[in-house]
Ligand binder design. Structure first.
Ligand code: 5AD
Ligand code: SF4
Length: 465
């Protein structure tokens, strides 16, 4: 079954990793790939050509775990046909479910938790040699941030982990249990990694952490997210810096100031509020009020012209009444979010909220979910219309998937822009030369999710002259 010549030479199986869930998981997949590449493993483009299939999983909502169980169920046939195939579950669900995965899915060979990624080569080696199941979910495992900068999904942008874990214990959330205590990486390590990424052609970085606003806790000296942003701003080659996710309770004036002052830092905050009701926020243990959140948004909007705010929401949290939900709708109207991720509450075993009765009917959760989705669509459509006739700086990502005559990219505020090329040019001709470049686009049309425009003479980039 080993078909790749490199793998044959090393006598190592070919690996396929499928990632579920958040950006943190995508980065963990890159770290896993790095540790496997260092030991000579190669990768299959398609799971059907793989000797090892690894699912890097999410457990934030029940649905995410169901999805993985059903995927594992459908891999059973493949395993029966090819008993040498190694099947592994990695990440949050591995940590959360542990050996329950082996009980429900006996054809799985490896369960590898959130702090064990760097041991993957060794664990896979043990399985191939001994044909036995391995459970590796040690809570004291050391996270290794060491990455090969060349092993990443996209040439011009990259995620950089600045902290891991979470100490907040919001009452609905499983993350602190599966990802462990908060831990900040040193400034030197982060700066070194960003410099290496810049040398490898990376133009945009997104700093990642469960709560990046508390970055620096536990490090020597006065290290904060704002001071880190100031260290990263002058690095040659890096044109844009983003950071996610921001917890409102740890947002500071200093962070907002650095967004306004530093030329690389993009005018965009992903700052989940979760609910507009103070009663619900308290039950969620979020440690701020709706008024405090609005104060932060007002401060950001007044100090950083054009800043856009995105948020997550949970509808149907235990005890959420119509009035509580109306508070959330009011906050929506006040803030006019650029985009929102809206979730129906899903009880997670072991979290504090499971002590509360999951009192809101599924039908009501669905209705509230739809109301917010529709409201967000209306706000986004209106806000995007205001952009017609304006010029925006876009970092080009590549050819538009839906139209061969167009390219696409993102604004500093993280909006997707699809643009036409000047007459007579072909996508294939310009895509390679413009990818990763900043261009000036005049916006002519839009939907709720996309801005459409035309490439104009660019003050940002001489390439387009
Ligand atoms: N139920 C529903 N949504 C949840 N989230 C976290 N835990 C739950 C849960 N138990 C949402 C929050 C968080 C996002 C990543 O997932 O909105 O910000
Ligand atoms: Fe979960 Fe709250 Fe931590 Fe975010 S801040 S990861 S919602 S516990």
């Amino acid at each position: 079954m080993i078909s790749d010549p490199e793998a044959l030479k090393n006598n190592l199986p070919r690996v396929f990793i499928k990632t579920f869930g958040c950006q943190m998981n995508k980065l963990d997949t890159e770290l896993s790939i790095s540790s496997l590449v260092k030991k000579g493993y190669s990768f299959a483009e398609d799971e059907n050509d793989a000797d090892v299939i690894l699912l890097n999983t999410c457990s934030v909502r029940d649905k995410a775990e169901h999805k993985v169980y059903s995927q594992l169920g459908s891999l059973r046939d493949q395993k029966e046909k090819n008993p040498a195939l190694i099947l592994g579950v990695l990440g949050c669900m591995a940590q959360n479910e542990g050996d329950r995965i082996f009980k429900r899915m006996p054809h799985v060979d490896l369960v590898c938790g959130t702090r064990m990624f760097s041991r993957l080569p060794e664990l896979l080696g043990e399985i191939s040699g001994n044909n036995r199941q391995i459970l590796a979910i040690d809570e004291d495992g050391e996270v290794n941030f060491d990455r090969l900068v060349t092993q990443r999904q996209n040439q011009h942008n990259a995620f950089v982990s600045i902290m891991r874990g979470c100490d907040n214990y919001c009452s609905y959330c499983i993350v602190p249990y599966v990802r462990g205590r908060e831990f900040s990486r040193s400034v030197t390590d982060i700066v070194d990694e960003v410099k290496k990424l810049a040398d490898d052609g990376c133009k945009e970085i997104t700093l990642l952490g469960q709560n990046v606003n508390s970055y620096g806790k536990g490090l020597k000296g006065k290290v904060t997210l704002a001071s880190l942003l100031r260290e990263l701003d002058p690095i040659d080659g890096i044109e844009r810096v983003r950071f996610v996710t921001s917890h409102p309770k740890d947002m500071t004036k200093e962070i907002i100031e650095s967004v306004g002052e530093l030329s690389t830092v993009c005018e965009y905050l992903h700052m989940p509020v979760q609910s507009g009701s103070d009663k619900i926020l308290k039950k969620m243990r979020r440690q701020y009020s709706s008024a405090h959140y609005k104060g932060l948004v007002d401060m950001a909007k007044s100090m950083v012209p054009g800043i856009k705010i995105a948020s997550d929401f949970i509808v149907g949290f235990p005890g959420e009444t119509e009035e509580d939900f109306e508070d959330t709708v009011r906050l929506f109207h006040d803030v006019r979010f650029q985009n929102s991720f809206i979730f129906k509450y899903s009880p997670r075993t072991g979290t504090a909220a499971t002590e509360l009765i999951d009192s809101v009917d599924e039908e009501i959760k669905k209705r509230r979910n739809h109301i917010l989705l529709d409201l967000q669509k209306k706000i986004s459509t209106e806000e995007n219309r205001k952009m017609h006739g304006k010029f925006v700086e876009v970092m080009v990502e590549g050819g538009s998937k839906t139209n061969a005559g167009r390219l696409s990219g993102r604004t500093r505020q993280n909006q997707i822009v699809v643009f036409n090329l000047p007459e007579g040019t072909k996508q294939a001709d310009v895509s390679a030369s413009l990818s990763g470049k900043l261009v000036n686009i005049e916006i002519e049309d839009s939907t709720d999710l996309t801005l459409f425009g035309v490439l104009r003479d660019s003050p940002f980039n001489k390439m387009t002259h």
